[in-house]
Design a protein around this ligand. Sequence first.
Ligand SMILES: *Cc1c(COP(=O)(O)O)cnc(C)c1O
Length: 471
Amino acid sequence: MSNPFETRPAIHAEAPRAARTTQQWQQMDAAHHVHPFSDMAALNKIGSRVIAKASGVYLYDTENNKIIDGMAGLWCVNVGYGRKELADVAYKQMLELPYYNTFFKTTHPPVIELSQLLSEVTPEGFNHFFYCNSGSEGNDTVIRIVHKFWEGQGKAGKKWIISRKNGYHGSTIAGASLGGMGYMHEQMPSRVEHIAHLNQPYWYAEGGDQTPEAFGLARAQELEAKILELGAENVGAFIGEPFQGAGGVIFPPSTYWPEIQRICRKYDILLVADEVIGGFGRTGEWFAHQYLGFEPDLITMAKGLSSGYVPIGAVGIKQRVADGLLAAGDFNHGLTYSGHPVAAAVAVANIKLLREGGIIEQVKNDTGPYFQKTLREALADSPLVGEIQGAGLVAGIQLTMDKATRKRADDVWGLGNHCRDHCFRNNLIMRATADRMLLSPPLVISKPEIDELVSKAAHCIGLTAKDLGMA
Ligand SMILES: *Cc1c(COP(=O)(O)O)cnc(C)c1O
């Protein structure tokens, strides 16, 4: 097919990219770009690192540093960088149908194919999906679905949603209200109502003398106490990340989720798994709740849904909730880009890569166990490492001032950031949340690359211990 615009000359108003120096990029960035979660005055003094390209598990900056990405971007590039399959699909879809909406009695093939495919890879009973552009919007959508569902059941009083402190559910007003990040709440004089926060199941920091099992049970039972306080007739849902991601890769004790599920069932409260990080293979299962052994009613998805190649989020709705929602009349919620055709087509190709390429099975049976073992062996003798939690290709490394007593640093954020600065200088992306160091590499990482990632991580933790006079 000939395209009448094909011969239109390309517009090069700006200098070609390669012509700019790092310093020029940094100056332009500082002059015009406001970064998320950043102190811009401080950042602009030192200048941002400029990432120019990426391939597999490696990033390359404008200084030609080769950096191993231990975080898969922001926990999202599950199939790794530079997958031509995904680029081709996006290109083809943009030419065929770059955009159309799914409002007003209309649909299109990519969104239908994605919905069908998601019903295959999600657990039994998930047959319906609502789309958005991000995890935050996914959780906004969760709130809307919970309220609409209960209203349809004649129980409009069930408005309260219970979540946890140090949980992360996004940065829209609703996402951040659901989340339990105190440093975000401090800057939010207006928050969404009818949200209550429980204590988190973070045994290392808060478990005191209790066994992890007893502590996990006690933290889960806070849900029952809160339901009784609010009245079960006023509580619509409980939401949690199967393991807390941004909060520090905190895996709850084994007693936690079964008890949460028991309580939700007892009081007829919807159980929502925020799978934005845990979904699409991170733990070696398709979804982290499968690894942790519970059955949610709603699933929030984003990040790994498209491996970050294009923005897309979704909410999976279990049959019982879908039945109620679909019978409840107009659902007055939607986004211009709900089910965007390019994003949906890329998500389809991404899920097929994960499934047909055997990537998730490889994480479960091969690279995941290898990563967990190698990491524990490398850090076993570090005086600074108190515990390592994780499964598949995600891990949280707890730093401690004293292994025996689980003593934490006076300035936990200072400690984590100090270690992260070593990583930065050593061309390793490892994130810090307070005094936990986090790893979550692309799911396609090979064993030699895991060796490199782990040895760099151990080296940087070792440098930190040395700075503290520990080793
Ligand atoms: C990243 C994240 C979100 C928010 O997703 P965005 O795409 O950044 O809006 C929500 N929940 C969890 C668990 C996340 O990790």
